[in-house]
Design a protein. Structure first.
Length: 1260
């Protein structure tokens, strides 16, 4: 601690002494310059003269001179020249900083003072003008004033030329004149006046005085302003200077209270809107808006210039704020100005791009023709001046609005790229899509990383990088040699044969140059670092501290993994550690980057590129060391140290992209690697190309050579027998440098109507405009088959719609079906066909399409476009179609294909929440059991194990889908548990399935006995109830036991109706009517897949003829019946909604206890013209009308009760007769039916009841 304090005190004293010495020498230099200008000896000053009258400057002070600052000879001689220049520079920098700080403070104080005075003046005028309505003089006051016509007319003319010099005379004349009859002329003269910006304050004072005396002045003035200002879109701004003055004048009048905010603020907003909206391309009104913002921006938009805001924040000063408008109103006006600024930025960038293009064109003309025409020169100069003018205006506007100026390389505007003059005219990328100036980098972030480097010279004193001048000369000479070598290489690479000869010579030369290098450079540097450092000559304190700082800095470089950290490290090194020994250690540390830390190489290269302008020796020495290391690895043909070789090549590549490592040298390294293209040389070349190959290939100055080397590499790959790993590396490197040209997609030309339909459905459709799109779709000509077919196909192609808009498409279709019924079935059929086609093709490129289609189907169910049976058919198809449950692989559903599980989950997530009641709930419960079996069969495949685990995302997907649907359901934990659950479900459903199967037989010992018992089974009446077509596909044609048939029915891949329909219907009605004679108990019944055949017989024909005759007679008899007259007129629906219950006599009696009313409400219908009218009519209960209604309702009720009793008696009698017939049948012996293939004609035991005999034939 004591050492640090002493060092700090010593440093402060030395710093003060150095500053004083610098100031003294600066004074001597100034006096010497004055002596040179006067050319005469001057006595009595600090400059002594030698023989001959020559003036001696600060460094030539005589040893015996005791005047001035009394510098001793010993002290003067002990100051080296370098220290003197450093001291002068530091002192001058400190003085400049102090002077700049004082200037900034003075500028800030002046701005704050001026702004405060301006705001106070405006506030004072505004208060007077707002209070003028109660302080205006009476009419008697005006009668005393002069009303002379000539004087008033002269005063009006004088107002047309208002100036600052006329303020006093105008106010004096106005005070003595009676202008009551001339207010309109005065207002018109003020508006028409040709003012300057300096005259506006005088005009505001005059208008305030007029407003305070004459009440109608502000109204007349506002009317004249509305006529003069361009406020409409059709208006044209001809005189921009007049509008500039008028805008500020009107704003000042509004701020000072001549106009109220309610009157003047909309006019000002309209004027600003006109100036901004009508000038979005040329921006001719930019100066008008800049002037408005500078003088009135603090009142209307709360603007503070950026420079003032920064200074106020720096020196902690408060800037006055105007309270004229509320912040909300200020934001409204500020948004108009910012929108105009954004368009201005786009204009600036566009002009900048055009200017760059024009300059590039001129460079090409200079390269091809050698000179530019006068017209081209004038055009370029005019474009440059216009851009500079626009740029200056943009910068002013940005400062006023406190916005950022667009970022673009300004240096390219004024200076031509010297490298562009050496571009190869045969470069096919010149000015094209792959021009090196625009497409060297993959994206904007990469370009910024390699090109936007911090400028250390901008904020670091120049004394700290004084060696840069010498290094610049060295670099320029190196570039000249590089250009010469480039031209030579291009000439040598013309022919392939010449290239091979050159390769042999280069290989021999490389071997000779590497013979002298027998030791690895990396090992040498490591030994030098590990060796103890020499002790410093004078003291160990400062040297040790410096060493500790450097070691800490070098260790921190290993953690610089971002551009910000690297830039900060470069600044830190340049400020604190920039000495020759430290630079040498830094170079060694950069070169010895760990071979496993390849991620540090881009950041180290950026670090070197940042230091290069200030310390070019760092970049030069590092490049030399990398070249030496490359030559060492090239000479050693052993197959070891591959990581070090890769590190070296990648480091070279990163430096190439920063233009630190010369491109010709990098290409020479690639060329040497191609000479012996094998083993590690292949990896080194590929790593170099993967790092900087695209940069070299797309750079104009290195494109041709890179192209030749890439072609040579591909030829060597084709000729040599290389390992597949090397072939892959070579191809990856080649296609990274030169990506294959993708074929241009041909735009499909469609009719305008087709394009409109696609735009409506695929681009415009959203949740907010579904009704609007529906109206547009209804306007299509749906009667045209072509239009209808195309629109239907677009409605089916749901994969073209954004996923979150699929619900909107289903909503649109549901609304469209209400007007065009045929569209719905066609779209549903198309969706189902797409689902089936996806299962048949099963290609991964259609996966996204299949997801959209399945989600679409679920949304169609949500909008009641499809039935639940369709959803369950699709669900069962996903787990059964093309699935082999015996373990053999299937082409349609491979074992490792889990996409069907995802489709099932998507469909259940979309519409599964609606299957929670009734038969749909039971159907879904059954399906989930089978789905878990399918899921566990996929999960239990042998391809999944410890090395290749089952995807955890699929596990989560299934759980996230099933648990919300059935929170209380226990999921199966293994395949055995899932199979057991399916077997339990099947055993539970088999008894219920017996009513749907048509041939139950008694279980026998063998199949022969079962066949014999088949002939003994009676004909069942239940056969005529089920639909034969539905059940024809449910029964299998194969013989087997119960489980085999059940599996065939459930897991068949056909398109027949699956099991869940029968299960749902059986569970809904568990008390089905099965004939007692159909067989014994369910435990003794075997379900076979063979149903009885239907044999034609004449009894069936007789029955159908009798049935048709009965129907025709019934229809004829009903047509002869007289129509029963309707006693009541139907009440309209609009009146029914108001009265929920029909007003009858019985209802009135029931309501009588609740409401104390003795009247009955009737609806009286009258007709006025062609429109019926309904009125409420209250009728007493004791009236004849109410009594008749009561009698009629009592008669109808009695008749209904009579009919009800008759029907119940008939039903009871039929049940008794059936029971007696059943008892008699049980007592009769069993008769075998030998005619198995023939059916008996059905005859009812009692015949149909005679309705006329029961109810009578009376007509009501």
């Amino acid at each position: 601690m004591d050492f640090e304090k002493k060092t700090e005190v010593k440093g402060k004293s030395w710093r003060r002494e150095r500053e004083e010495r610098g100031r003294r020498q600066q004074a001597r230099a100034l006096q010497a310059e004055r002596g040179d200008q006067q050319c005469a000896p001057v006595s009595g000053n600090n400059v002594s003269h030698g023989a001959g009258g020559d003036v001696k400057h600060a460094g030539d002070v005589a040893p015996g001179d005791s005047s001035g600052d009394k510098v001793s000879p010993k002290r003067a001689d002990s100051l080296p020249p370098e220290e003197t220049s450093e001291e002068v520079a530091v002192s001058s920098a400190a003085d400049n900083a102090a002077a700049a700080e004082e200037t900034e403070k003075a500028m800030l104080d002046a701005y704050v003072t001026e702004l405060q005075e301006r705001l106070n003046l405006k506030l004072e005028l505004r208060n007077k003008n707002l209070a003028a309505s109660g302080n205006r003089p009476e009419e008697a006051f005006f009668s005393k004033l002069d009303s002379n016509l000539r004087k008033n007319t002269a005063f009006v003319k004088k107002l047309k030329t208002i100036s600052e010099a006329q303020r006093d005379s105008l106010l004096k004349d106005m005070a003595g004149l009676n202008l009551t009859k001339y207010i309109s002329e005065v207002a018109a003269a003020i508006v028409e006046a040709k003012l300057k910006m300096s005259d506006i304050q005088t005009a505001v004072v005059v208008c305030s005085s007029l407003h305070q005396r004459y009440a109608e002045f502000s109204t007349q003035l506002l009317e004249n302003w509305l006529k003069a200002l361009p406020l409409k879109k059709d208006d044209k701004a001809t005189n921009l200077s007049k509008i500039r003055v008028d805008l500020r004048f009107f704003a000042e009048l509004l701020v000072c209270g001549v106009f109220t905010q309610k009157e003047g603020l909309p006019v000002l907003r309209n004027l600003l809107t006109f100036l901004t909206s009508s000038d979005r391309e040329e921006h001719n009104n930019l100066n008008i808006l800049i002037s408005f913002c500078k003088h009135c921006g603090e009142d209307f938009a709360g603007l503070v210039p950026r420079k003032i805001r920064i200074l106020a924040h720096k020196y902690i000063r408060d800037v006055p704020i105007s309270d004229f408008l509320t912040p909300d109103k200020q934001k409204s006006l500020l948004s108009i100005l910012r929108e105009y600024y954004r368009s201005l930025c786009r204009h600036l960038l566009r002009d900048h791009q055009n200017l760059r293009g024009l300059e590039a064109h001129n460079r090409r003309v200079l390269q091809t023709k050698g000179e530019l025409s006068g017209e081209q020169k004038e055009k370029c100069e005019a474009a440059h001046l216009a851009f500079q003018k626009l740029l200056a205006g943009t910068q002013q506007f940005a400062d006023v609005l406190d916005e950022d100026v667009p970022d673009f390389p300004l240096e390219e505007i004024t200076t031509l790229d010297n490298d562009a003059a050496t571009l190869d005219i045969h470069n096919r990328f010149k000015g094209g899509e792959l021009d090196g100036s625009t497409s060297l980098w993959e994206d904007e972030e990469t370009r910024s990383f390699y090109e936007n480097l911090p400028d250390l010279k901008a904020f670091i004193p120049g004394i700290l990088f004084k060696d840069s001048v010498q290094a610049t000369n060295t670099v320029s000479s190196m570039e000249e040699s590089v250009d010469l070598s480039l031209e030579e290489d291009l000439q040598k690479l013309e022919m392939e044969g010449a290239l091979e000869i050159e390769e042999e010579k280069e290989s021999a030369r490389m071997d000779d140059s590497c013979k002298s290098e027998e030791k690895d450079l990396t090992e040498t540097l490591l030994q030098e670092i590990e060796a103890p450092d020499e002790e410093p000559a004078a003291g160990t304190g400062p040297g040790t501290a410096n060493k500790l700082l450097l070691d800490g800095f070098l260790n921190s470089l290993l953690h610089c993994v971002s551009r910000e950290m690297v830039d900060q490290a470069a600044e830190q090194f340049c400020m604190n550690l920039n000495t020759k020994p430290n630079r040498n250690k830094l170079i060694k540390a950069l070169f010895l980057v760990p071979r496993t830390r390849l991620d540090l190489l881009p950041f180290y290269a950026r670090f070197v590129a940042t230091l290069a302008p200030c310390m070019p020796d760092v970049a030069t020495d590092l490049v030399s060391m990398l070249k030496q290391d490359f030559k060492f690895h090239l000479k050693k043909k052993d197959q070891i140290n591959i990581e070090s070789k890769v590190k070296t090549m990648r480091f070279i590549g990163e430096l190439v992209k920063f233009n630190i490592f010369p491109k010709p040298d990098a290409l020479q390294c690639l060329k040497n690697l191609l000479l012996d293209f094998s083993h590690h040389y292949i990896e080194m070349a590929c790593n170099l190309l993967e790092t900087c190959g695209r940069f070299l290939f797309r750079s104009p100055d290195s494109h041709q050579r890179t192209k030749v080397y890439l072609e040579q590499m591909m030829r060597k790959k084709a000729v040599q027998a290389l390992d597949s790993r090397y072939i892959t590396m070579i191809e990856n490197a080649f296609y990274y440098c030169n990506p294959p040209e993708a074929p241009m997609s041909v735009r499909v030309v469609r009719p305008p109507l087709h394009e409109y339909i696609r735009k409506l459905l695929y681009k415009d459709l959203a949740k907010s405009n579904t009704e609007k799109i529906l109206r547009q779709m209804r306007k299509l000509d749906w009667e045209d088959p072509e239009v209808c077919a195309y629109a239907t196909r677009r409605l089916v192609a749901i994969w073209n719609v954004k996923y979150y808009n699929i619900r909107c498409m289903a909503n649109l279709l549901a609304g469209l079906v209400a007007y065009h019924e045929t569209v719905g079935p066609q779209v549903v059929d198309g969706v189902l066909e797409e689902i089936r086609l996806g299962m048949e093709v099963n290609h991964p490129k259609y996966n996204q399409q299949r997801v959209s289609v399945v989600h679409y189907l679920g949304e169609l169910y949500n909008y009641r476009m499809v039935e639940s049976s369709v959803i369950f058919k699709v669900l069962y198809a996903f787990i059964t179609f093309g699935v082999n449950f015996n373990g053999s692989p299937s082409v349609l559903d491979p074992p490792d294909n889990l996409f069907r599980i995802r489709l099932v989950c998507i469909l259940l997530e979309t519409c599964g929440q609606y299957f929670n009641t009734g038969s749909s709930k039971k159907k879904l419960d059954c399906f989930l059991v089978f789905f878990q079996q399918y899921y566990w069969q996929k999960k239990s495949v042998d391809i999944y194990g410890e090395e290749n685990p089952f995807p955890v995302t699929v596990d989560f997907l299934v759980k996230d889908t099933l648990l919300p649907l059935r929170p209380k359901m226990k999921l199966c934990e293994s395949l055995e548990e899932a199979v057991s659950a399916v077997e339990d479900l099947m055993s539970e459903l088999k008894p219920k399935l017996s009513e749907f199967l048509t041939a139950p037989v008694v279980d026998g010992e063998d199949s022969d006995k079962a066949k014999e018992l088949e002939n003994l089974s009676p004909i069942q009446e239940v056969e005529e109830e089920p639909d034969e077509e539905n059940h024809s596909g449910e029964c299998s044609d194969q013989d087997g036991d119960v489980e085999g048939d059940g599996d065939t029915d459930v897991y068949s891949g056909s398109q027949s109706q699956p099991l869940e329909d029968e299960v749902g219907s059986s569970t809904e009605d568990e008390t089905g009517n099965l004939d007692e004679d159909a067989g014994s108990s369910p435990q003794d019944v075997t379900l076979v897949g063979q149903r009885p055949r239907r044999a034609p017989c004449p009894e069936d024909d007789d029955f159908m003829a009798a049935f048709d005759k009965m129907l025709s007679e019934s229809i004829l008899h009903r047509s002869q019946d007289s129509v029963k007259p309707q006693a009541d007129i139907v009440i309209p629906m609009s009146l029914k909604s108001s009265s929920q219950q029909k007003k009858t006599y019985s209802n009135l009696l029931e309501k009588k206890g609740e409401e104390d009313k003795n009247t009955m409400n009737f609806i009286l219908m009258t007709r006025k013209g062609n429109k019926p009218q309904f009125k409420s009519l209250e009728v007493p209960v004791s009236s004849e009308l109410a009594q008749n209604l009561k009698d009629r309702e009592e008669a109808e009720r009695a008749e209904k009760e009579h009919v009800k009793m008759l029907t119940l008696n008939i039903n009871e009698r039929q049940e008794e007769e059936d029971y007696q017939e059943m008892l008699a049948a049980q007592q009769r012996p069993v008769v075998l039916n030998l005619n198995r293939d023939r059916r008996h004609k059905y005859q009812h035991p009692k015949g149909a009841p005679d309705a006329d005999l029961i109810f009578g034939n009376k007509k009501r």
